[in-house]
Design a protein. Structure first.
Length: 353
């Protein structure tokens, strides 16, 4: 009777769990999954609880352009396992999906909990969950898969000899120097949301991702209004207070912070209108309440295109632990699914000899 292979997966996040599912769909294996927290607990807040599974883009290069780090590496990754494959496999598991107008892909049930429960049901009585953080090399396994998150990555990476690129928050809210905007907590405009300490929202997440390795403080330039349209409105309403005119283009509370005087439109200077094309702020640090993922991780030149380590035998590294991170829109989860599926296929091929 052939020997049943033993596999260890360190980390029960989306990549680790999906990798286990894909392996067991091909072969019988004894899989131990090491995780100090509840399996897939990081999946629950994704997509504001709705679980943004992927993004509707099937040109691999265009899809990869949404990753500030890892773009070229991902060309071949998405050629092997794309959003099309994700949609098909999730549909086969009973997770039906739909595509929003903005291209984001969600489960029809709009529930991250449903996705989590469905994925875990595929592993029920098939794997052994071990509630433990692993900080040393594991022995006695035919394959070891590292899929821990970066926020509190264990010392195990150094023990395996891999290089970690500096880890920085990405897709994160930012604190700002300009305290006068603190009274606008909850006010939003142009994909920006004011918070108690600064700014958040899709525009800021994207900005923080590209600026992940920029030292604080740095300047933020946020599109505010079309000055041509405001100029035309001002001409048509000369007796109206300028800040009230501005309220037709941005939230009234924001207009009140930007314009303190009661000057009317007729007395408003062109230069004062032109200054409102952008909102200029100064980022002073991270507002971790909005943090979603991290930049940095294991250097990509230390793994092959099947996510197998070039440094240590029978070791694979997938998901957020690698130096790959995407923008908002389902890109980070798509990388989890792709890296897990490719890794699983490679392990199965190796075990089959």
């Amino acid at each position: 009777m052939p020997k049943i292979p033993k596999i260890a997966i360190i980390g029960a996040g989306p990549a680790g769990i999906y990798c286990a599912i894909k392996i067991l769909s091909e072969i019988d294996a004894k899989i131990d999954i090491y995780e100090k927290n509840s399996p897939l607990h990081t999946l629950l807040p994704t997509g504001n609880g709705r679980c943004n599974l992927s993004y509707n883009e099937f040109d691999n290069k265009i899809l990869a352009s949404n990753y500030p780090r890892g773009e070229k590496f991902l060309y071949s990754v998405f050629a092997k396992y794309s959003p099309f494959d994700t949609i098909k496999d999730f549909n086969d598991m009973g997770i039906k999906t739909y595509i929003q107008d903005d291209g984001r892909i969600f489960p029809i049930k709009n529930s991250a909990k449903f996705v989590r429960d469905t994925l875990l049901s595929k592993l029920k009585n098939k794997v052994n969950f071990i509630k433990k953080e692993v900080n040393e090399k594991l022995t006695g396994y035919d394959a070891v898969i590292l899929s821990v998150g970066l926020k509190n990555y264990p010392k195990i990476m150094q023990s395996y000899g891999h290089t970690i690129i500096d880890i920085k928050p990405s897709l994160v809210g930012l604190k700002i120097k300009e305290k006068e905007f603190s009274e606008l907590e909850g006010v939003s405009f142009n994909d920006v949301i004011f918070t108690k300490n600064g700014v958040s929202g899709p525009f800021i997440y994207k900005l923080s991702s590209y600026m992940a390795y920029k030292d604080f403080p740095y300047k933020i330039k946020i599109p505010l209004i079309c000055t041509d349209k405001l100029t035309e409105y001002v001409k048509l309403n000369p007796k109206k207070q300028f800040k009230n005119a501005l309220s037709n283009f941005i939230p009234k509370s924001l207009a009140g912070v930007l314009i303190k005087s009661d000057v009317n439109c007729a007395n408003t200077k062109k230069v004062d209108i032109e200054k409102l094309e952008y909102l200029n702020l100064t980022a002073t640090g991270y507002d971790n309440n909005g943090e979603i993922v991290h930049a940095g991780g294991v250097k990509l030149n230390e793994i092959d295109n099947n996510f197998k380590s070039k440094i240590y035998p029978n070791l694979w590294i997938i998901g957020e632990l690698l130096d790959v991170d995407g923008l908002c829109g389902g890109f980070n989860l798509q990388f989890c699914w792709s890296s897990a599926a490719i890794c699983a296929k490679n392990i199965v091929q190796q075990l089959r000899g």
